[in-house]
Design a binder for this molecule. Structure first.
Ligand SMILES: O=C(O)c1cc(C(=O)O)c2c(n1)C(=O)C(=O)c1cc(C(=O)O)[nH]c1-2
Ligand SMILES: [Ca+2]
Length: 704
């Protein structure tokens, strides 16, 4: 027995039954290419809505649905699972793991979920509070559930571990990581037996702070290789060091290795984290392990000395690529740092790398080692000076998956440009429980409310579908979108690319040249990747709709430049003879401005701004301008009365909805400072928000 089992064989030979979508990236190579071609360039213009299913959460939807024998398994925000008849959209069963609402603020970036894994009649998915759940795929009944966070992981002291990535199954082991590096976390992945849920092995991605064994698969490589790349007394020893594996975990049956995409440092500030010393392995790396044991095989570090939130968790894809006349089995990778890497899949040898977006932090990569050639100014924690970085913390490419078409030989990347101003926290590292603990000045992280500052920033925002030629390591062409934060990409044998956009449109493009061949108004920003499948022999294309994730949460009002959108979460599916017509009309006005109380205490608003940026901005929007998903606090009824506001922020009146209580983080005066700041912001912006809606659609298309 080679350990692959029936499902493993089915995934390896996915093209023998192209009607299914059996694993996150469809195949183990995660190319997100489907050979289906009933829908193709000549008929895609006739594509029609076949069905839609309204979801019961209105936050970001990032899931890749699986399709097995005509049944779709979709995970949604708040870690819920739906089994749907893939031909009709009829709900067969649903499972709600009842994630407690107060967990929302343990994660940086919305209570999203990116998908499930299927193996041998069971579906597996992670929950935001750290569980891994196995359900019977037929009935939706619980088979097993485990807590993936071990007691040792308290190391970061903050215990901010959340699970939102899709598990993958390799040789009967379900492998899952977690997020948390913005708060305080020590990254690891765990492998569980698919049948029983028993822990098989665990691999930590950064060293034990005392360089002691964890009794995990990672012990020897961490103690012998990684620990030496950290300062023994940096803040990482208290803060966990980061390196969370929150998205890509890939099993490659060709090399028989599991690849982990490892995240950023915790805290971000490298001077505070590691006293400005060492490369900090395995941050910003791809790490290859043996699937049976978790034993280390090789690593390739893309961002040594990370201080920009340059995660390497972005999707890992394997390809057979002709290079200098020889076909090589390689990993292609477009991590946040803006470089497109080609790495030997068996050995981790660096083959080549080229920036796929504009970058200002490095002038290139060393052609032999692949190590970045840093712009010295970008090392802001060492210079002590501010750094306006491109890419910024959201990366040249984030979780939205890229695709490859073997017919065109191109990789299609949902690329973006979102700059970030990195400013050191003054006076050393000062963590706040339940807040982003970056070692950065949270006041400066925001954009000042001046037209000049906003326009300068907005001018630098870009979002586009980038067709990248991996053989030439250069751009082939691009399709510009309105702004950043668009959905992942699907490539098909019909020479099509499908992509949903931040502005709520769902498009089909010609895979050879980017011509726009079809679009549909889906009514809410799309950030998820589409899938395609057969049901009763007919091809469908489906995608989860629902604006969210970190971009609208943190950028708030500035995220409107990608298109005004209000969250209406759904799964939508298309076919050539679809009969569902249009989506029902929705109210797209969002949170309407409400005239605020006229008075506020100007002596309190500066501290209110600081508290807001520290505890609130990451969900409710920079400088208190909402991004269309969570309540825009400027217009909230609760800012009208001190007790009402304290009830929500201090005592947790809305905990069930994801608004945790903050009375252990802030005293009543500090919470009142936030309220005074919100009233000030409401007064400053009320009239211009009203004016921005004086148009036919009644929605604020233009940035006020
Ligand atoms: O460092 C981490 O642990 C971590 C976790 C996550 C997450 O779990 O979603 C994100 C990030 N970082 C991150 O840097 C990031 O840009 C990001 C975007 C999103 C999202 O779903 O919108 N999650 C995350
Ligand atoms: Ca991060």
């Amino acid at each position: 027995d080679d350990g692959q089992g029936a499902t493993g064989e089915a995934i390896i030979h996915a093209d023998d039954h192209p009607g299914d979508w059996l694993t996150y990236g469809r195949t183990y190579s995660e190319q997100r290419y489907s050979p289906l071609d009933q829908i193709n360039r000549s008929n895609v213009g006739n594509l029609k809505l076949a069905w839609y299913l309204d979801l019961d959460t209105n936050r970001g939807q990032e899931g890749t649905p699986l399709v097995v024998d005509g049944v779709m398994y979709a995970t949604t925000n708040w870690s819920m699972m739906k089994a749907v008849d893939a031909a009709t959209g009829k709900l067969l069963w649903s499972y709600d793991p009842r994630v407690p609402g107060n967990i929302a603020d343990k994660g940086c970036c919305d209570t999203v979920n990116r998908g499930a894994a299927y193996w041998n009649g069971k579906v597996f998915f992670g929950t935001f509070d750290g569980r891994l759940i196995a359900l019977d795929a037929k009935t939706g009944k619980l088979v097993w559930s485990v807590n993936t966070i071990p007691p040792e992981a308290e190391l970061g002291k903050q215990r901010s571990y959340t699970v939102d990535g899709a598990p993958r199954v390799a040789k009967g082991r379900v492998i899952i990581g977690n997020g948390g590096s913005e708060f305080g976390a020590r990254g690891f992945v765990s492998a569980f037996d698919a049948e029983t849920g028993k822990l098989d092995w665990r691999f930590f991605t950064v060293p034990n702070p005392k360089n002691e064994p964890d009794h995990a698969a990672s012990d020897s490589v961490l103690m012998n290789k990684a620990y030496q790349t950290w300062s023994p007394t940096g803040a990482w020893t208290r803060q966990g060091g980061g390196g969370t594996v929150w998205d890509s975990i890939v099993y490659d049956p060709v090399s028989d290795l599991v690849y982990l995409g490892v995240g950023n440092g915790s805290p971000w500030n490298y001077k505070y984290r590691s006293e400005g010393k060492g490369d900090n392995l395995f941050l910003g790396s791809i790490v290859a392990l043996k699937p049976e044991t978790g034993e280390y095989v090789w690593h390739f570090q893309e961002t040594p000395m990370d201080q920009w939130d340059f995660t390497s968790v972005q999707q890992i894809m394997t390809l057979d690529l002709p290079i200098n006349g020889e076909t090589r089995h390689v990993i292609v990778h477009a991590p946040k740092n803006g470089f497109f890497y080609i790495i030997d899949a068996k050995t981790g040898e660096f083959i080549s790398g080229k920036n796929y977006v504009y970058v200002n932090w490095a002038s290139g990569l060393d052609p032999k080692t692949g190590r970045p050639i840093y712009n010295p100014d970008a090392l802001y924690t060492l210079t002590g000076k501010d750094w306006y970085g491109i890419p910024g913390d959201l990366g040249g490419h984030n979780f939205a998956a890229m695709a490859f078409s073997p017919k065109t030989g191109l990789v299609y990347i949902p690329a973006q440009q979102v700059p970030f101003l990195y400013t050191n926290q003054k006076g050393g590292f000062l963590p706040h429980p339940d807040s982003w603990n970056l070692g950065l000045d949270m006041n400066k992280v925001g954009i000042p409310d001046s037209p000049e500052a906003k326009q300068a920033f907005v001018k630098d925002l870009k979002g586009y579908l980038l067709a990248w030629d991996p053989q030439k390591q250069q751009e082939a062409w691009r399709v510009d979108h309105k702004g950043p934060w668009n959905g992942g990409i699907l490539a098909t044998g019909g020479d099509l690319l499908f992509q949903g956009l931040a502005n709520g449109e769902f498009h089909a493009y010609d895979a050879t040249n980017g011509s726009d061949l079809f679009h549909f108004a889906a009514d809410s920003g799309i950030i998820a990747p589409p899938v395609t499948y057969l049901a009763n022999g007919k091809q469908y294309v489906a995608v989860e709709v629902g604006w969210g994730g970190i971009y609208p949460f943190f950028l708030g009002g500035l995220a409107r430049t990608s298109g005004w959108t209000v969250n209406h979460s759904r799964i939508i599916a298309f076919s050539l003879d679809g009969k569902a017509g249009e989506l029902p009309k929705q109210n797209n006005e969002g949170f309407l401005p409400v005239k605020p109380p006229a008075q506020f205490d100007a002596a309190r608003t500066d501290n209110g701004y600081f508290q807001f940026q520290t505890y609130c901005a990451a969900c409710h929007g920079d400088n208190a301008e909402g991004g269309g998903v969570l309540p825009d606090l400027r217009w909230s009824g609760s800012i009208r009365h001190q007790d009402a506001f304290y009830n929500v922020v201090g005592r947790g009146a809305l905990t069930a909805y994801g608004m945790d209580r903050f009375d252990s983080n802030m005293n009543p005066n500090e919470i009142e400072d936030i309220r005074q700041f919100l009233i000030k912001r409401a007064n400053e912006t009320y009239q211009r928000e009203v004016d921005a809606r004086k148009n036919a659609a009644g929605i604020p298309e233009q940035l006020p």
